[in-house]
Design a protein around this ligand. Sequence first.
Ligand code: 13P
Ligand code: SF4
Length: 307
Amino acid sequence: MTKKEATGLEDKILELKKKRNAVILVHNYQLPEVQDIADYRGDSLELSRIAAKTDAKVIVFCGVHFMAETASILCPEKKVIMPDMHSGCPMADMITAQDLRRLKKEHPKAVTVGYVNTSAEVKAELDYCCTSTNAVKVVNYLKDKFEEIVFVPDKYLADYVSKETHKKLIFWNGFCPTHVKILPDDIKREKKFHPFAKVMVHPECLPAVVAMADAALSTSQMCKFAHESEAKEFIVGTEVGLIYRLKKDNPAKEFYPASEAAVCPNMKRTTQEKVLWALEELKEEVRVADEVRQRARLAIDRMLEIV
Ligand code: 13P
Ligand code: SF4
């Protein structure tokens, strides 16, 4: 796409966005061209908070399906649309509501905590929701109140949270296919090339990778950490899309991806053209059935009360 075409598209999106009274929410892993048209960029927690508060009538959610669903759970009176309905999260698909009901039957006394990377049906079965920003806080809050805690679906986030809170967790065998591509050898190699760089990784990474990091953080926490740190160089152990935002927000600092293989194909499905089509046709809409939505909302509200 030429610069001129890109600008033309951006103008059209801006015009239609105003006409539709829409807001464009963009996850930190989205393509640069999509980050550039965002009203708000953020991690899962920030984007759901913004969705809950916005006055706009339409939310164009540029991320993956569970994120748009969470926005719809929080504001059912708004129209939440996704530019590409096929942008799913393979980790979220690793557990179904039926799986969770079975797990709960096996551990009847346990409180259930689920990562926001889950479907609305799974959230409806949870006691508490959490995101990578607040998972440790949520489990710290619950650990003395309940003997047993079920934590789904990410076994590596569960491992990280369990170590941080000193609480044994009953976990599920889920994982992020993108973050497991970052290997301890990648961190070793990058540290050799950039000995003064700070290493920040997402807690969805392999435990051996997390153990080598200076900090395990959500995507927006990484932005904050990089901004506030005195360090000038950073090795970034998460999906490569975050590098664009880090560089844009901190032009005097250097950011090196821990692995170029850490690409989430679902996050790359959204383009400026698809955003324009979504605004033109006001679709595809993401809606959650009322009965599921009300139960899922409870788990999200309980999380928001703690944090
Ligand atoms: P964040 O909430 O940290 O942005 O993470 C979302 C996600 O899908 C990570 O893979
Ligand atoms: Fe899901 Fe992993 Fe993609 Fe995040 S990076 S949306 S957890 S597949």
